[in-house]
Design a protein around this ligand. Structure first.
Ligand code: SF4
Length: 653
């Protein structure tokens, strides 16, 4: 009997049209837990290093997390893994909503898609009955339209559908997969789904999930719910309103956007507008948001309400995910009203809300700089918002200049040439990043931003505050009930961190302390991504209900696999190391672990080198960022070291 997990995956080969239910190895659960961990193991075993994103040999894995579908609040993430067309590395984007629990109720932990279908199809999983169905009538439909059409066709409103829009069909490198009130957006996984000829996966499940120790498990869940209530009643003081509570930043509930609009950049991630936020803007945006927001909504089994249904007059109702309302607004130097309108179209087309606006702003910056000319934009309106709508249409259809921009800023700059590369100034590992340009280097953030392979906003945020509170008294107050820390030393690191002077950025936290803090932040992300837990209740906000001290209890009571805190920590280390190994096998090295040149106004090359050196040492990587034989042996992954040996990776660096 398997507990927590189902113990079976669904293997679908689109080239052959075959569908198989395959039992999984419980030892992989012990080593990698599930979700991202076991996805990474499958990608290592079955996708050779040379495989192109658009090869039939590339896999597209939809995985639930180990605890998804159980009573654990917020455990609902679907982890989608494949080779990214944009970064050429392994992408592991994830989505909330309802898909992963439904998949487990249907009797599967993962759906593993291989091959390619010649005709557009969709996969229909109805408990034990699974079939590929013709999707020619869905061609060109938006992602939400597709979900609704499938539910109508199959006559069941409770079916959960993950679908691509036109962007995925046309292999736009930053195409997303949309589902419920969520989407898996980063890394171009929607383009891989489109390339495979798969328009959607629809799933309906009515079975149970077994839990090893139900009494203990319910006690743990109850503790989490009580703590969520406590945190709701006791917001963190001294941080912007959007960061005071739990969940994803409460963008749909809160309109205080001073922090984002003054700290994040506008246009093609260049311009800071420190004086933008005024009382008048706040009033206007409040009115806009309250007029279009019809209802606050949650993902499966979660008391938080991070999303909202949005009804703009004249447009179909759609679900808004936290920050997209501002990415379009700020890229176009426009207004919140515009952000809500264009996001509806972008959601239907299925594009990533960070990459798409930056690619459009990049195209317009090239026009202003004379690298592109008016002839490259035939028929484009003159008004700013009209230009963004025009470019969105061109990109998702891959028409004219849109075909270049649809490859993302990094690749578009290289295809266009003529100096366009200079305008690619906000990518890491060939992928658009948060639109940020800052003053002073923060050593923790430097490491998370440079070395993270998730290519996701949450990779740079964690349970350690991003900056020190103004006074020592406030910091001492903050650490008093900070029981989530894995070790008491983290409290001292925080209390000693000053906004100015000797104990401030960039030289404090020290190199060693920064690496330890990053290691903690990163581990929590990897644990969440294995268990299918929403980062909004664990690795993302301050003082969350899930932490290293209760996760081991959840895993043990849920699965019956006895895991201590150290075992859970080690499993996360193993997955982080395997992710690194996968990307090293595909050519990633130290030179790729770097932020954009102008990300901070002041840079400190010697310190940055020391930070990276120490980070690699702590992680068990050599100075090229390659996991060493010794660390791989310690993690029971000699199979990785053997392949590195065979391929001469250690010899050539
Ligand atoms: S915290 Fe928010 S984003 Fe996370 S599961 Fe709950 S509702 Fe969804």
């Amino acid at each position: 009997m398997r507990y927590g997990e189902i113990g079976f995956d669904l293997e679908v080969d689109l080239s052959r049209g075959s569908i198989d239910r395959v039992e999984t190895d419980p030892n992989d659960t012990r080593l990698f837990m599930g979700g991202l961990g076991t996805n990474a193991k499958i990608m290592w075993d079955r996708v050779p290093a040379e495989t192109d994103a658009f090869s039939p040999d590339n896999l597209l894995i939809f995985s639930s997390g180990l605890l998804c579908g159980t009573a654990a609040p917020g455990s609902n993430r679907t982890i989608v893994s494949t080779i990214s067309p944009q970064t050429k590395l392994m992408a592991y984007s994830m989505m909330g909503g309802f898909f992963a629990p439904e998949l487990k109720y249907a009797g599967y932990d993962k759906v593993i898609i291989s091959g390619k279908s010649e005709e557009l199809v969709y996969l229909w999983i109805n408990n034990d009955k699974v079939e590929l169905r013709d999707a020619s009538h869905l061609k060109g439909l938006g992602a939400t339209e597709t979900s609704e059409a499938i539910r109508r066709e199959l006559k069941d409103p409770d079916i959960q559908v993950a679908a691509i829009g036109l962007a995925g069909e046309n292999r736009v490198f930053f195409a997303s997969i949309e589902q419920g009130r969520s989407s898996a957006s980063r890394g171009g996984i929607g383009a891989v789904m489109g390339d495979k000829g798969l328009k959607a996966i629809a799933v309906r499940g009515t079975k149970d999930i077994n839990v090893a120790d139900p009494v203990k498990y319910m006690e743990l869940c109850d503790g989490v719910l009580k703590y969520i209530k406590f945190r709701g009643e006791n917001p963190i003081k001294g941080v912007p309103p959007i960061l005071q509570g739990l969940g994803s930043p409460q963008e749909m509930a809160i309109v205080d956007e001073e922090w984002h609009t003054t700290n994040f950049t506008w246009g093609n991630s260049r311009t800071r507008r420190k004086d933008f936020w005024t009382h008048e803007i706040e009033q206007k945006w409040k009115e806009t948001q309250e007029n279009v927001r019809t209802r606050l909504i949650s993902c499966h089994n979660c008391p938080m309400k991070c999303g909202a249904t949005i009804s703009v007059p004249g447009l179909p109702t759609y679900m808004m995910k936290c920050y997209s309302k501002l990415t379009y607004t700020m890229a176009a130097f426009s207004d919140l009203d515009f952000g809500f309108k264009i996001a509806q179209k972008a959601t239907e087309y299925g594009v990533d809300g960070f990459s798409a606006p930056q690619a459009m702003a990049f195209g317009l910056e090239l026009l202003e700089a004379g690298i592109l000319t008016k002839e490259d934009f035939p028929g484009m309106p003159d008004d700013n918002e009209g230009r963004f709508y025009y470019l969105l249409e061109k990109m998702v259809r891959r028409e004219g200049i849109g075909d270049y921009l649809a490859d993302g800023v990094y690749w578009a700059a290289r295809r266009i040439g003529k100096g366009a590369e200079k305008f690619d100034h906000n990518t890491i590992k060939k992928h658009e990043q948060l639109p940020l340009k800052l003053g002073m280097l923060n050593p923790i953030y430097y490491l998370m931003y440079s070395t993270g392979e998730k290519i996701n906003i949450t990779q740079i945020e964690g349970q350690f505050p991003q900056e020190p509170f103004a006074t020592r008294e406030l910091r001492e107050e903050f650490v008093k009930d900070w029981f989530q820390v894995p070790d008491e030393k983290f409290k001292k690191y925080y209390v000693d961190w000053e906004p100015r002077g000797e104990m401030s950025n960039p030289y404090y936290p020290t190199v060693e302390a920064s690496c330890e803090i990053v290691d903690w932040m990163e581990k929590m992300h990897y644990i969440d991504d294995a268990l299918g837990m929403c980062a909004g209740l664990s690795s993302f906000p301050l003082k969350p209900p899930y932490h290293i001290h209760n996760y081991a209890e959840f895993v043990t009571a849920g699965t019956g696999i006895k895991m201590s805190k150290d075992d859970v920590w080690k499993s996360a280390t193993r997955t982080r190391t395997l992710m690194r190994a996968l990307n090293v096998r595909r050519g990633m090295r130290r030179a790729d672990d770097k932020p954009p040149e102008d990300h901070w106004r002041k840079r400190f090359p010697d310190l940055e080198k020391q930070l990276l050196d120490q980070y690699y040492k702590l992680k068990g990587f050599n100075q090229q960022g390659i996991p060493t034989k010794e660390s791989l042996h310690e993690l029971e992954m000699d199979f990785v070291a053997d392949e590195f040996e065979q391929k001469g990776i250690y010899d050539h660096g």
